[in-house]
Every structure is written in structure tokens, then in C-alpha cells.
Design a binder for this molecule. Sequence first.
Ligand code: GLN
Length: 470
Amino acid sequence: MSSEIIRIHNKLKSKEISCTEFVKGKLKELEESTSNSANFLLTESALKRAQAVDEKIANGAEIGLLEGIPFGIKDVFLLQGEFASAASDFLKSYISPYTATAIQKLIDAGAIPIVKENCDSFGHGSSSENTVFGPVKNALNEKLVAGGSSGGSAVNVAKGYTLFSVGGDTGGSIRQPAGYNKVYGMKPTYGRISRYGLMAYASSTDCVGPISNSVEDISTLLNVMSGKDYHDQTSLVSSPISENIFKRKNEAPKYKIGYYKNFLDSEAIDPKIKADFLKLIDQLKLNNIEVIELDFYDSGILVSTYYTIAMAETASNLARLDGTNYGNRLTAESLKESYSLTRSENFTDETKRRIIGGNQVLSQGHSEEIYLKARAIREKIEQSFIDEFQEVDIIISPVSPTPPPKIGDNLNDPLAMYLSDAYTVGFSLGGLPTLSAPFGTETGIQITAEKMGEEKILEFVIYLRDEIYG
Ligand code: GLN
């Protein structure tokens, strides 16, 4: 599919549709949907914004590309004056005091937020079942999970309820649900988009990114959201993605492609996903693209390293939620008991599992053995990416080893759920840009480049879309 944003922009400009009617239609679709993808509709503010766009058009003024375009926001971002629940009981009635930088940039460009989207609570999960708003249902088959944690965001885009959505990706949360619902999802280079106003899960890998129906829109949205932000010391200056990548059709990009053989040798991989991926490798070779086999860390090591670090960071980040400053508060006999009651009653089981795990790996006597070891392995992983990108330009892999499970199937088996992140978490530890594209295997293809290599990724995915799967 080509740009949905451009298609709607042209209709608004030519007055074929009114922005108010269009936004109303999307809100209605969300309201009537049975997908559980929406936590809060932003009806009042959205209609006010839409009316302003209509007035501008009626007055003959030019509108920018994003003006009047309705979008969704994963419910872990702050939008001033609106709920930000993190899909938890803790923050179910918490109202944002300010707006996240990435969201503000979209609003400044005229885009209209219409929904806060369901997700795994605090980003903890891979299925969007860890939520107090009910499990999100897959856009293609309601019996299956939507993936996670940005499940509501991927479903809304796939269903066409939003033209795009903004997700958060710590270890795969944009890429995996995008793959499960057959849309595009990009986790940019760590720091390319400011994290200010995104509730912190694992601060050292948290990224903000777009989910959409086309590569063109991913590129537009990246350009709008990127940039250095003095509110986030890890944010970076970046150059915009060039329009030229959309003009060079028919030519095979002169990239060297790598893939991890051990990802495919793993026992956990679904045979059909493996076969389809290998077919892609053969097709690339037939098209005279150089493809190199690489060896990487075993997925067990990647998953344990990621979860050790992610749990340690989330235990620290969520320590601020004790009922004093934010969200719900339950009182008991003493202050300590009040903290304990508040936290026990308001976090989900999965979040509690991670807080306990995180505090355990950070505790005296264990931190050297576990946490510091994970940090050391992470450094080695980062180094091995640097080495590999001396040899290849792009690394491709399936997005996940298995197709989406049925809702409820993995709920009592957290380990099975953690393993579904086997192919995504490594790139998060490396801070690399990586995109999941909705073709190639049942859950898509993941395309990764070195830091700040977003343009290469997008150029290559256009080639795949038009020349291989076109
Ligand atoms: N599924 C992974 C986890 O639970 C990734 C989640 C995310 O990226 N927020 O940690």
C-alpha cells in the first residue's frame, strides 16, 4: 500500500471529505470495535482540532501534509489533560500534566490524536493480554493475540481506525505486534526520537516509533518526530530521510545482506516461517544480491540478557509508583504497609513478577553474579554488531520465531512469552534501527542496519516490497 497520509491529505485539500466528518467516522469505528484496542477516546479535543482544520480549508489556506490526519497513541505516552493509564489499575485515572515531545511534534504538524491505545501494562508483555482493559484481539483473527506490547496501536492501524499510531519499543513492542497484524512498525536508533513523556520501562532500550500501513508514511513520521530534545539527554541529532529513496525504483540496492544462521537452526522456529525466510534468501541471491551467513548469540542468551536488564531497569523506574505522587493510593496502618498494599493491589501479576525479578538481580550478593554479568554480555553484543556491520549493510531475520498464539494460551507460561522475543531483543540491546515489514513470513521480515541507518532500511524495504513481493 502507498501513503495513506497523502491519500487523505489530497481528499481534505480538494474538499472531497471534511475533516470533522472523517474524524467522527474514525471515532465511531473505534467505539463500535470489539478489538479492545482503545482505552480512551479523545473525542472532545479531536473534534475541536478537526473543526479548526475545516475552517482553515474553508478559508482557502494551505494545509500541511499531516494537518487533520487522525492518529493513535499507545497508552504509555503523556498527552496533557488526557488519561495516561499504562493499561494499569495504578494509573487508570491518572491525567497527564504535560505532552510527550514526539506527540507534541505531531500535533504541531497538525495531526490529530484520537485515541489512547490498549497495550501490555507498562510495556510488560508480548501479547497485549497483560492489561486491565481486556486482551487486545488480533486484527486478522480475533481468536489470536494482537502481539505486544503495542498491540492496540498495531490493530488500530491494521483495521484502519487510525492512519498511523505511535508505539513504544523496548525489546520488540512495535515490531512484533506490527508483524502479527501485517503492518509496518519501526524502532528507530536509540535516541533518534526523544523519550520525554514516554513512561519509562527500561530506559536504556526504550524507543518511540511509528506504526503505519506504508513505508512512505514511516519515513514522513520519522522525520517529524526525530530530533535532539533538551528534556532527554540521550536524544540525538539526526539527518532526515531523503525523498530520493522513493524515486529509485527497479534498481537493486547495492547492499550486502546478512542473516543469522543460528536463528534459523533454533528448535523453536516454526517450519513455515523458516521455509519462507529461506525462500527470500534464495530470491535475493537470484537477483544478484550478496547474502552472507552470520553467526550470533544463541537466542536463550539474548533473551536472558535482555530480561535481566529490562527487569532491573523497570524495578528501579517503577519504584516511584508507591501511591504518594501518582495514581491510586491505598492506606493501611503504617506508611510502609500503605506502600505495600498500594503496589500489591494496583500492579498486574506480570508487572509484579518483573519488579521482584529486577530487585533480585540488583540486590547485594546477586548483582555481580547476574546484573553485572548481563551488562558485560550486552557490551559484547554491541561490539559484535559493530563488527558485523563492517561486513554487511543490512541484517534480515523473521520478526518472531512463531505465529501469534491463541488468546489465553501463553498466559500461564511467561517463559514461552519471553522466548517469542528471541529475534527482536538483541537489536534493542544494540540500540540499532530496525523495521518490521508485513511480508515474507507469516509474521513479517525484520530489517536492521547500523545506528542511524534508517534510510538504508527504508530503501531496502521498498526494494523488497516492489521487486520481490510486488
Ligand atoms: N516483550 C518484551 C518485554 O516484555 C518487549 C516489550 C517492549 O518492547 N515494551 O519486555
